[in-house]
Design a protein around this ligand. Structure first.
Ligand code: SAH
Length: 224
């Protein structure tokens, strides 16, 4: 799976993909993440990528030409399944969307900045618009990193213990159960006895009950 991320601030994306699971996924050749500097596709002599909004008002608007040039170049090199625009007014990212995207081949992600991007980019090139929540950030880079992380960890072979993604919160209708590690007794605070019982069936049952209880109290909306 390949991601092409188009941004005016490529430096913002240096770190998120250079560690841990995302780094390993790239090293294993399971995913390729390529960051493109939108400024390299600026067409005018000032290399500008934004301009004043028609009709006035506050904030600069990102221009169509650099995005169009970059997207068209990428599309001339390979087929893309989706061109995603990170946007607070898009559909809110959830585990189901991450699952859908994890079986795709190539995805372009556009990061907005300032007041946003020229509506014609959205009308002409974008196939899907995704928000990471009901709040506004300064740019689409952190949202793009969130999306790529959520998707890549679902691709088979990325997590060392594949079943661990399946038992995560939101993968089914339940939140994840509590987890514990050593020591079994920390200053008198003990872990539940069942986890030391060695009884797989009992442990499984306990985890299910805990997950159910947690979901009832925290996210009753998930229980149909
Ligand atoms: N004027 C816009 C916000 C622009 S914020 C509005 O009110 O909808 C600048 C850019 O940051 C956006 O174009 C988008 O790419 C990104 N962004 C901000 N908040 C986001 C969110 N919650 N989810 C995804 N992208 C977001």
């Amino acid at each position: 799976m390949r991601f092409d991320i188009i941004t005016v601030l490529p430096g913002l994306l240096d770190s998120p993909f250079a560690h841990s699971i995302l780094q390993r996924a790239q090293k294993k050749g399971i995913t390729e993440i390529v960051v493109h500097n939108l400024r390299d596709y600026a067409t005018n002599k000032h290399k500008s990528v934004d301009d004043y909004p028609y009709g006035g008002g506050s904030g600069m608007v990102m221009m169509i030409e650099p995005f169009a040039a970059c997207i068209e170049k990428l599309k001339s090199e390979r087929e893309y399944d989706e061109v995603i625009f990170m946007s607070p007014d898009g559909e809110t990212l959830n585990q189901q969307i991450a699952n859908q995207l994890s079986v795709k081949g190539n995805i372009i992600i556009l990061c907005g900045h300032y007041k946003g991007i020229d509506q014609r980019i959205r009308d002409l090139f974008v196939t899907r618009e995704i928000s990471i929540g009901d709040y506004v950030l300064s740019g689409g880079e952190l949202p793009a990193a969130v999306l790529v992380d959520a998707v890549v960890r679902l691709i088979p072979g990325v997590l060392s213990d594949e079943t661990s993604a399946l038992s995560d919160s939101f993968q089914g209708d339940l939140l994840d159960a509590p987890v514990y590690t050593r020591p079994a007794d920390w200053n008198g605070h003990k872990i539940p006895d069942v986890l030391l019982s060695g009884h797989a069936g009992e442990i499984e049952k306990w985890r299910f009950e805990q997950a159910l209880e947690r979901t009832k109290t925290r996210r009753p909306d998930l229980l149909k």
